[in-house]
Design a protein around this ligand. Structure first.
Ligand code: AHR
Length: 311
């Protein structure tokens, strides 16, 4: 019996030494990634970018893909597991103060990927994203030019509480305000999804609403709009001009077919910068508060020049 107790104690002691601080003591960084559950190719490409970079760097990645409540629980799980750092793609802007405060109290740095939050800046290390207001302004300038300052526009936005939806609208409307001859007659959510985008445009058409331009806040919703217009016997890209955001591969194919007119880039390839900044923070090195990806507008004149051929 004595020998059995001694053996059990040794196993517990060895286990404690090998898993000091909750981490396997193999020198690997352990990082949690709280990703948004969203049915879009853009989101999948972002997740792949993070997973591939983690693999390249030999980082033990704990991936969670959920809606916002699940993201908050996932962060609490990561804290309980005493991870070295956390990457967070926040679904909406609000509701993060408490859990980010818990991560801060636990000494775990959090890097925001692709979207911002309204939580105080001392609760997170850096935000790595596109300039969404700039994307909206670029789309607005393109619309104003194509319409020659006169016409009807409909907007398809994503989740109204999400950072990119808010800022892409603000940027777009800032430009529209300069053109009294352009009327934004509809503005509805397509929830970032192709299917929902299609349904919204179908409803517009059924109600007799036909516009000159549809501005969709992502390519997925624009592809849904294209489906709806075609099903109604209209010619997307000609009868109704369409501009969107993201520059995914399917959008470039749609530009190639003449269905989509333009897309403003928004890079999902955030894994490398995400880990670079998180590692700096873990090592106590300074990191810029905002790291903005440069984005360009692509249409039929230049889409073939995109460095990756679309995301
Ligand atoms: O946060 C980035 C945006 O979120 C992308 O434009 C969109 O496709 C995604 O839903």
């Amino acid at each position: 019996m004595k020998r059995f107790i001694l053996l059990a104690l040794s196993i517990v002691l060895l286990g404690t030494l090998a898993f000091a601080g909750g981490q396997p003591d193999d020198g690997k960084l352990v990082v949690g990634f709280a990703q948004i559950k969203e049915d879009s190719p853009w989101r999948t490409t972002e997740t792949n970018s993070v997973q591939q970079e983690a693999e390249r760097l030999g980082i033990d990645l704990k991936l969670s893909v959920t809606e916002q409540d699940g993201q908050i629980s996932a962060i609490r799980d990561f804290i309980a597991q005493n991870v070295d750092g956390i990457l967070l793609a926040p679904q909406t802007r609000s509701g993060w103060n408490e859990v980010l405060g818990e991560a801060k109290d636990a000494g775990i740095p959090v890097v925001l990927l692709d979207r911002g939050v309204d939580a105080p800046e001392d609760l997170w290390v850096t935000q790595i994203s596109s300039d969404f207001a700039y994307e909206g302004r670029e789309a607005g300038k393109w619309v104003a030019e194509r319409l020659n300052g006169k016409g009807k526009v409909a907007e398809l936005y994503g989740d109204p509480a999400a950072d990119p939806a808010i800022l892409r609208s603000e940027g777009f409307m800032e430009i529209m305000a300069k053109y009294p001859g352009i009327e934004v007659v509809e503005s509805k959510t397509g929830e970032w999804s192709q299917d929902k985008g299609r349904q919204v445009v179908e409803a517009w058409l059924a109600a007799g609403i036909v516009v000159d331009v549809i501005y969709a806040h992502n390519d997925g919703m624009a592809l849904g709009a294209i489906d709806a217009l075609k099903a109604a016997g209209l010619n997307p890209g000609e009868d109704v001009l369409i501009i969107s955001v993201d520059a995914i591969k399917a959008a470039f194919e749609a530009i190639d077919r003449g269905d989509l007119n333009a897309t403003v880039e928004c890079s999902p390839l955030l894994g490398p910068l995400g880990f670079e900044m998180l590692t700096k923070a873990i090592n106590g090195e300074p990191v810029d508060k905002y790291i903005i990806n440069p984005d360009a507008l692509y249409d039929e004149s230049n889409y073939k020049d995109h460095p990756t051929g679309g995301f």
